[in-house]
Write a protein that binds this ligand. Structure first.
Ligand SMILES: Cc1ncc(C[n+]2csc(CCOP(=O)(O)OP(=O)(O)O)c2C)c(N)n1
Ligand code: SF4
Length: 293
């Protein structure tokens, strides 16, 4: 998609639903928006069929607001709860078979690079922990080892939520779930350690307790993937249904988990760090310049 696709042809404004009009006139398609402005402009996602209070929706919504160039972004998702939101967003979405996301994204990113050599196209895989750490594990690892330039976002609810509560590799040891009644026997997988081993350029672990931090993390991940190499964001997005978290307590749970074992962590490879430091310096220069207002 390009901005020309969403722009309203002159004379057609009166025939468009207000919703669409708002999207093309007052959304992040038009200008970059801040998380604090969420709710004051037409977002790229509005309604979704996920469970009330699901933290994954908050995370995905924040991710949408953070996109550096939504009109030049394609999401790749798969079976699992996240695609229920992603397939309804105003950003192109491709459904990879369960487990295939990172292979699909590899081909897509390379193809877009050939077709649109003159402008960057961002590809983001967003899928569950089951889709990425279990069934898609080999595709994920090989896309990292091959240094494919796209972002992988793990929506880590530590369970197979969409299919009713099986344990995943990312479930904590000892956890009893509906379909793991004896408790999980193995440790939670260290995907961050594996990402480091595979040479991922930027890696972050984040909880949606701090939306500005989520947005900053996604922006870093997308921009570094654009220029340097693969990036990985592991996000705690609790499943209030399978973990029996009362809806009003979802954010309390997120804070508790964050404090106990899911602290914000980020890691840059040397070239990613150099690239990012330059971006920060350039941004400061623009802010400090008397001529740019
Ligand atoms: C090849 C294939 N195997 C299994 C399934 C069934 N399936 C659909 S969603 C899902 C689990 C999703 O769990 P996860 O990836 O952790 O995402 P969540 O729903 O928890 O967000 C499974 C096993 C499928 N659709 N395709
Ligand atoms: S099953 Fe869990 S992860 Fe899926 S939408 Fe419901 S609360 Fe969210």
């Amino acid at each position: 998609m390009s901005l020309a696709t969403v722009r309203v042809s002159p004379g057609f404004e009166q025939y468009l639903p207000q919703e669409y009009y708002d999207l093309v006139k007052d959304s992040q398609f038009v200008s970059p928006r801040k998380v604090s402005e969420m709710g004051s402009f037409k977002e790229l996602i509005e309604e979704h069929p996920m469970c009330a209070g699901c933290a994954m929706t908050l995370f995905i919504r924040t991710m949408y607001v953070a996109l550096p160039s939504p009109e030049n972004t394609v999401f790749v998702g798969t079976a699992g709860c996240g695609r229920l939101v992603l397939s309804q967003g105003a950003v192109p979405f491709i459904y990879g078979n369960y487990g295939d996301t990172n292979a699909v994204a590899s081909g897509l990113k390379r193809g877009l690079g050939i077709r649109f050599a003159d402008k960057p196209k961002d590809v983001i895989v967003a899928a569950g922990d089951g889709g990425l750490a279990d069934i898609g594990f080999s595709m994920v690892m090989h896309s990292w080892f091959r240094k494919e330039k796209f972002t992988t976002v793990m929506l880590d609810n530590e369970v197979y939520g969409n299919t009713g509560g099986q344990e995943s590799g990312m479930t904590q040891k000892g956890m009893v779930l509906k379909m793991a009644p004896n408790g999980k026997k193995f440790e939670k997988m260290d995907m961050i350690g594996l990402a480091k081993t595979a040479g991922v350029a930027y890696i972050a672990r984040v909880v949606p307790t701090n939306p500005n931090r989520v947005a900053a993390t996604i922006q870093k991940a997308v921009l570094i993937a654009r220029e340097i190499g693969p990036t990985f964001v592991q996000a705690y997005t609790s499943c209030n249904i399978e973990y029996a978290i009362p809806t009003p307590k979802v954010m309390d749970d997120a804070r508790e988990v964050e404090n106990a074992r899911y602290q914000f962590t980020e890691y840059f490879s040397d070239d990613a760090k150099e690239y990012w430091d330059n971006i920060v310096v350039e941004k400061r220069k623009i802010k400090g310049s008397a001529t740019v207002e």
